[in-house]
Structure formats: C-alpha cells, structure tokens
Design a protein around this ligand. Structure first.
Ligand SMILES: NC(=O)c1ccc[n+]([C@@H]2O[C@H](COP(=O)([O-])OP(=O)(O)OC[C@H]3O[C@@H](n4cnc5c(N)ncnc54)[C@H](O)[C@@H]3O)[C@@H](O)[C@H]2O)c1
Length: 327
C-alpha cells in the first residue's frame, strides 16, 4: 500500500483503464469514475472494468463509480468521501472530427466537466490535478518539434480548443486557489484497449470486415505514435509530483508517416487494408512531433516502446480481443 488515493476519471476507457491498472498494481487506492457513454460500444468499457477488478489487490483498493463529471453534486460527494491525493483527469469526449459536428457536447464535457472537478478539488483538500490534454492543441504550428513554450492559440477544431481552454482554466485555479495543475499533452496514443475510432483499430477492422476505411491525404501526415504504457508512465509520474502549474508533452519524439504506419500494420496482418482515399480534413493537423525534454526533466519520463514493437503488441491484442485478421 502506498497510502495514496487517486481519482481516475475515464477509468473505463482506453488510457484511463491502463492508468488505473498501473496505480492499482503499485499499491495505490483508486476510485474510477466513468459514465460509460456510447461514443463507442460501452460493452468494451465493461470488459476493461472487469479486467481492472481482476487485478491482485483490486478487491481492497479499487472502487468504480458510474457517473458523470458534469454532475456537480456527485463530484462534491465523492471528493467529500475520499481524501484524494491526486486526480488523473482522463474522461473526455476525444474525437477531433466528431467535435466539429457537436462542439457543445465537447465544451460541456471537456471544459465544464474539468471546471467541476477543479472546484470539487478546491473545496476538498486540493488534490494534485493532472489533465489529459492533446498535441492537437498546437494546430499547424511552425515550431517543430512541438514545444510547450509555443502559444498554442490556433487550435483547428473544437476538441483541441476545449482542451486548450481547460489548460487555461487550470491556470486560473492555480493562480487564485493554489491548485497544483499539470496538463499533459498526449501524442497519438495507441495500444491494447485502443479506441475503435483510431487509425490502428480501423485498419484492422477494415481488413477483418472487408469494409474500406477512409485514408486522408494518402496517409501523407506525420504522427508521433506513442504506446499507451509510455503515456501511463507520464501520467503516473505527474500524479506523484506537485509542480505548481505546468504543461508537458508526453510523446515519443519520433514521428512516423501515417502511410508507413499503415504498411507496418499490413505487414503484421499479411494483407492490405481496403481504403477509400479522402482529401485532408480541415480539422486535421499535418504532423505531430513532440519535444519531450521537459517531460524527461520534470517527470523522469523515458518512452520505451518502439513503433514496431507497439504495433505488434496492438496487433496481438486486437486478434485476441476483437477478432482474427490474417487470411
Ligand atoms: N487516445 C489518444 O490518442 C489521445 C490523444 C490526446 C489526448 N487524449 C486524451 O486522453 C484522455 C483519454 O482518452 P482515450 O483515448 O482513453 O478515450 P476513451 O474515450 O477511451 O476514454 C474516455 C473515457 O471517458 C469517459 N467519459 C466521457 N465523458 C464522460 C463524462 N461526461 N463523465 C464521465 N466519464 C466520461 C468515457 O466513457 C470513456 O470511457 C481523453 O481526455 C483524451 O482527450 C487521448
């Protein structure tokens, strides 16, 4: 037992479930909060929760609460009942393209939801607050690799705008109330339990189901693919450190052309994915590339998983959890 109690929002989701798992495994008490929404099949989230509940020590140290971060009364109750050491705030609406169609939902969940959590923390013992933010906050910046000193004030879609807004709100809570607030800007996360709307998953779905998936701009976009266990390493390190107010990139720092990533997955499956060519989306950025010096210095962050290794691990998980792909 570490004596720490961490609130993990979005604990049933992709990154949230891996984060909760790492914290439970090292001996923290974890309260998971998630509304199990249907952005993708909630049955997948229930499987993630079952896997968490089966971890050694989970019976004593893991509690799941089905609830919404927009529910202020629920948050007050939760923060009142538990003395949270830290909040790993991973719950969000997270699709760049979908946010264009329903920006209200994205602001409601990602900004007002964050406000509710910050304020519940202010009322109840000021836990260390870690926000999952995004590399897409940088928009089409000319400063490459992306560095935290960039003003990041030209997001290209409501999703990154909502996350950037939440970062700024965190600053005001830090300034006025002394909240310790770290925003981690994640770069293209992939791995087991990955979201079905993300590229690696869609590629394998396209092969398995024989239904073409859209490939934007011929795959001529760079992405700084970061394996989920590396992301979690950054999140856990951030919950352990009270840093005042910081924004920190959590990426790998080695961008790979999207079409090359596609070829790598195709090589693993031994077949090509049916694709439908689509032009570049206005909401999409051309490249993401993390400068991770700050993460190394402040968090001791050190990404371990190469894209080749990570793609293999994702492929193996997909075949066992979703379905066989090879012909
Ligand atoms: N996956 C990536 O590449 C990536 C990149 C940058 C940032 N992020 C951020 O990381 C975090 C986790 O993303 P993910 O990829 O694991 O997505 P995910 O959709 O798998 O996880 C988000 C979880 O939050 C829950 N949730 C959504 N709205 C909620 C609400 N109102 N109340 C309570 N729970 C709610 C969902 O049910 C889901 O389980 C998000 O904040 C996302 O914006 C992800």
């Amino acid at each position: 037992m570490t004596g720490k109690t961490i609130l993990v929002t979005g604990a049933a989701g992709f990154i949230g479930s891996h984060t909760a798992s790492a914290l439970i495994e090292r001996g923290d008490r974890v309260v998971g909060l998630d509304n199990l929404n249907d952005y993708y099949d909630p049955a997948r989230k229930r499987v993630n929760l079952q896997e968490l509940a089966a971890l050694p020590g989970a019976a004593e140290r893991f509690t799941f609460v089905e609830g919404d971060i927009r529910d202020r009364a629920l948050l007050r109750k939760l923060f009142g009942e538990h003395s949270f050491t830290a909040v790993a705030h991973l719950a969000a609406m997270a699709g760049v393209r979908v946010s264009v169609d329903d920006p209200w939902l994205y602001y409601d969940v990602n900004l007002t939801g964050t406000l509710n959590l910050l304020d519940a923390g202010r009322e109840h013992g000021q836990p260390n607050f870690v926000l999952a933010s995004t590399s897409s906050a940088y928009g089409n910046t000319k400063e490459v690799p992306f560095v935290e000193t960039d003003s990041a004030d030209r997001p290209l879609a409501p999703y990154p705008a909502s996350k950037r807004s939440a970062e700024l709100l965190g600053h005001s809570y830090h300034h006025i109330h002394g909240t310790d607030f770290t925003a981690l800007r994640f770069f293209t996360v992939y791995g087991p339990r990955g979201r079905p709307d993300m590229l690696a998953y869609k590629l394998l779905d396209a092969m398995r189901l024989g239904e073409p998936m859209p490939l934007y701009n011929g795959g001529q976009m760079y992405r700084d693919w970061t394996f989920v266990t590396d992301i979690v390493q950054g999140v856990v390190a951030a919950t352990d450190r009270r840093l005042g107010y910081e924004i920190i990139n959590i990426g790998r720092g080695e961008p790979v052309l999207l079409s090359d990533f596609v070829k790598g997955i195709e090589a693993l499956a031994g077949r090509t994915a049916p694709v439908r060519e689509e032009p570049m989306m206005r909401a999409d950025v051309s490249y993401t590339y993390a400068n991770i010096e700050k993460a190394r210095a402040l968090l001791g962050y050190d990404p371990k998983v190469s894209v080749a290794d990570g793609a293999q691990r994702f492929y193996d998980w997909y075949c066992s959890a979703v379905g066989e792909v090879s012909s």
